[in-house]
Design a protein around this ligand. Structure first.
Ligand SMILES: NC(=O)c1ccc[n+]([C@@H]2O[C@H](COP(=O)([O-])OP(=O)(O)OC[C@H]3O[C@@H](n4cnc5c(N)ncnc54)[C@H](OP(=O)(O)O)[C@@H]3O)[C@@H](O)[C@H]2O)c1
Length: 273
């Protein structure tokens, strides 16, 4: 089933390095530049560093009116340039993950494509970041194509999640709580040497990380669409109320790129720089 995430499967097969390089952007902030390759605009990009735990960034695409789903998936909200940007972000992280809702709705594909995989390997890293799926109370289908890849893979499940033996190549982690708690997940990632974690949604798991004030960076693609639906937003309402309801979590704008009528925004929360 297609999604902004696993649509990349088809995208990887169709697109060549030449057409990837053809995505052009204007850099609006900082250091304005007109009509440069997206790869050049992102050269030298790396996530920040957080002391004592892995850095967490979320990467989401929404419509102008803030909806993160179109007919139940993210397909159609972002452009090909956005999907290429997703892979650039992924390639800079030790681990890339999604919630079980996204796996169930659309499948997940958390790899970076051949070119970026080769660049990672040349730097002595695994070709793909560790793929992470976080499940809660409901079952996960062990036949999901996500379990087929040969990249390192970590399935985090809740205390009572029905799940049998780990499929080959999958590191299976059972949390002591009904749903794995974000801080506990990050501790387990840190034990595995992971210092940066890119969370690609969906809105439910994003909300869990925000509730615990564990979002350090936000990569937001604004697709040039209006929907007017009641689809989920980038971050779902936090169950039980948000700690930021009357004390908003302030962020700093780090970078703005424009591709056609689409905006690629980067924000940082907390820390310096
Ligand atoms: N626009 C975008 O960029 C983008 C990106 C990704 C996904 N999406 C879309 O978002 C939708 C899926 O979003 P979603 O919110 O339903 O699913 P989700 O955020 O992918 O996953 C939520 C699920 O994670 C599990 N979970 C485990 N630990 C949790 C915790 N501590 N707190 C909360 N949940 C925890 C729960 O599973 P249990 O139910 O088993 O308890 C929960 O239902 C899909 O339509 C997908 O296409 C959009």
């Amino acid at each position: 089933m297609p999604d902004r995430l696993n649509e990349v499967v088809g995208y990887d097969r169709r697109m060549t390095a030449e057409t990837d390089a053809a995505h052009r952007v204007d850099r609006l902030w900082p250091d304005p530049a007109v009509d440069i390759p997206l790869d050049e605009a992102m050269a030298g990009y790396e996530p920040g560093v957080v002391r004592g735990r892995p850095l967490v960034a979320i990467n989401m695409v929404t419509s102008i009116d803030g909806r993160a789903q179109l007919d139940g998936t993210a397909e159609g909200l972002g452009s090909r340039a956005d999907r290429h940007l997703m892979r650039i972000y992924r390639a800079a992280f030790d681990a890339v993950g999604s919630g079980a809702g996204t796996l169930r709705a659309t499948g997940v594909w958390l790899r970076v494509g051949d070119t970026l995989a080769a660049q990672r390997a040349a730097r002595g890293q695994p070709p793909n970041p560790t793929g992470v799926v976080v499940a809660g109370t409901e079952a996960i289908d062990p036949a999901s194509p996500w379990f087929d890849g040969n990249e390192p893979r970590l399935l985090v499940i809740g205390r009572d999640t029905p799940f049998g033996d780990a499929p080959p190549g999958t590191d299976l982690l059972r949390a002591p709580t009904e749903r794995p708690e974000p801080r506990w997940i990050l501790e387990r990632l840190a034990e595995r040497g992971i210092t940066s974690f890119l969370l690609e949604g969906g809105p439910g798991i994003n909300a869990a990380f925000l509730a615990d004030d564990l979002i350090d960076e936000v990569y937001w693609t604004v697709g040039a669409h209006l929907l007017g639906t009641d689809a989920l937003p980038m971050i779902a309402p936090i169950p039980g109320g948000s700690p930021f309801a009357s004390r908003p979590r302030g962020g700093r704008l780090v970078s703005v790129l424009r591709h056609d009528s689409e905006l690629f925004l980067r924000y940082r929360f907390g820390g310096e720089g």
